[in-house]
Design a protein around this ligand. Structure first.
Ligand code: KG4
Ligand code: ZN
Length: 358
C-alpha cells in the first residue's frame, strides 16, 4: 500500500494505491485563491500546502479506513515544480517515512503525468503492460509541453519541447486577453464549441520546421495585435466564440501534427497523451482522429487524472518499485529537485538468468 503526495504547484493531493488500484484520492485545489492574481503566486501556494497536507492526508486515511501503519511506502513529487511548494510535500512525506520506517519514493512530476493515462476504470486501475512499449508521450500542461520517446519505465528521450510558452500557458494568456478568469484554458474550450475555427487565421509557429519542438508565444502576440486592430470583436458573443475556436484550432493543429510526425518518424505506433490541456475536447478528438488515420494507437488520461494529482504519483511509484526497489527508493537525507530532467530519472531493470533485461 503506497501513499502518494503531490504539492508541486497549486494543488495539494494525497492518494492511496494498492496493487495498481486507486483506493482513494483527495485534491484540494487552490485556483480560487490564485484567481484574483491571474496566476499561481508561489508564496501563497506554499502557505496553502502547509495548511492542507496534514488534513488532506488525515481525511484520506479516515475515508479509506487505512491506518498509517498499513502503509508500505510513501511516494512524493520530488520535482520539477515550485521549489517551496515541492519542499512542503517532500518534508511531510520524508517525515512520515522516517516515523513509519518505510521507503521514501521521490517521483518526477512529468514522469507521473506521462504514465497517468494508464490509470483507468472505476475504481481506477493501473493498466500498463510490456506490450505498451515503446510509445511516444505527449505532455501538455500549464508549465510544460513536450514529446518523449518512452522505451520503458525509467528510460526516456525528450525529442521535442516548447522553446518558449507551454500550450496551457498560451491558452491562459489568450484567455486573459479575451477577459476570462485564470485559468482560462477551460473557458476557451467551452466557447470554442459554439465558434467557427476557420473564422480567423492565426500563425502556427514552427509547424513546418523539422524536429519536434514547439513555440507558442508568437500565437499569443498575434492575438494581442489582432484584438488591438479589431477592438469591437469582443463585444459580440458569436465573434468571441469564433476567436476562441480559431485560436484553439491553431494550438490543436500544431500539437496534433507534431505528435503524429513524432510517432511516424520514431516508428512508434502508440501515442499516450497527458497533462491538464489534454482535458481540451477539441484536442482529444483531433488526436484520436489523426491517430486512427495513421494507424497509431491513442490513449489519453482520464479527466480526473489529467491535472495534477497524487494517484499518478503513487501508481508510478509502485510500478517503479516493482521494476527496481533499490533504484526507486530515495535517501531520506535527499533534497527536492526543482529543475530535474526527465532523462535523469533512469531506472535500471534487473537482469534475468538468460542475461536479458526483465
Ligand atoms: O497539468 P496542470 O493541471 O498543471 C500544470 O502542471 O501545469 O495543467 C493546467 C493547465 C492550465 O494552463 C489550464 O488552462 C489547462 O491546463 N487546461 C485546459 C483545459 N483544462 C485545463 N486548457 C485547454 N482546455 C481545457 N479544457
Ligand atoms: Zn503537472
Amino acid at each position: 500500500m503506497i501513499l502518494g503526495i503531490e504539492s508541486s504547484c497549486d494543488d495539494t493531493s494525497a492518494a492511496l494505491v494498492q496493487d495498481g488500484v486507486v483506493l482513494g484520492q483527495l485534491i484540494s485545489s487552490q485556483s480560487e485563491i490564485h484567481r484574483e492574481y491571474g496566476g499561481v503566486v508561489p508564496e501563497l501556494a506554499t502557505r496553502q500546502h502547509l495548511r492542507n497536507l496534514i488534513p488532506v492526508t488525515d481525511q484520506l486515511l479516515r475515508m479509506t479506513g487505512v491506518s498509517a501503519s498499513d502503509l508500505d511506502a510513501i511516494a512524493v513529487t520530488r520535482g520539477p515544480g515550485l521549489p517551496n511548494a515541492l519542499r512542503t510535500g517532500y518534508a511531510f512525506a520524508g517525515g512520515l517515512a522516517l516515523r513509519l520506517d518505510r521507503p521514501l519514493l521521490g517521483i518526477h512530476h512529468h514522469e507521473a503525468h506521462l504514465f497517468s493515462p494508464f490509470l483507468a476504470g472505476n475504481p481506477a486501475q493501473w493498466q500498463l503492460t510490456d506490450a505498451d512499449f515503446p510509445f511516444i508521450g505527449l505532455i501538455v500542461s500549464g508549465g510544460h509541453t513536450m514529446l518523449v520517446q518512452v522505451r520503458h519505465i525509467g528510460d526516456y528521450s525528450i525529442i521535442g519541447r516548447t522553446i518558449d510558452d507551454a500550450a496551457g500557458e498560451c491558452f491562459d494568456k489568450v484567455a486573459k486577453l479575451i477577459g476570462f478568469p485564470y485559468p482560462g484554458g477551460p473557458h476557451i474550450d467551452r466557447m470554442s464549441r459554439q465558434g467557427n475555427p476557420k473564422a480567423y487565421r492565426f500563425p502556427r509557429p514552427m509547424l513546418h520546421e523539422p524536429g519536434f519542438d514547439f513555440s507558442f508565444s508568437g500565437l499569443k502576440t498575434a492575438v494581442r495585435y489582432f484584438l488591438r486592430d479589431h477592438p469591437g470583436l469582443l463585444e459580440s458573443e458569436s465573434t468571441r466564440a469564433d476567436l476562441c475556436a480559431s485560436v484553439q484550432e491553431a494550438i490543436v493543429e500544431i500539437l496534433t501534427a507534431k505528435s503524429i510526425q513524432a510517432c511516424l518518424t520514431m516508428d512508434c505506433r502508440t501515442l499516450i497523451a497527458s497533462g491538464g490541456v489534454i482535458a481540451n475536447l477539441g484536442l482529444r478528438q483531433r488526436l484520436q482522429k489523426h491517430c486512427q488515420m495513421h494507424g497509431v494507437r491513442f490513449r489519453a488520461s482520464e479527466l480526473s487524472f489529467s491535472t495534477d494529482n497524487a494517484a499518478m504519483v503513487a501508481a508510478l511509484a509502485e510500478a517503479r518499485f516493482k521494476v527496481n526497489p533499490e533504484g526507486a527508493s530515495t535517501d531520506l537525507n535527499s533534497e527536492i529537485l526543482a529543475s530535474w530532467s526527465l532523462e535523469d530519472c533512469f531506472l535500471s531493470r534487473p537482469v534475468t538468468e538468460t542475461g536479458n533485461q526483465a
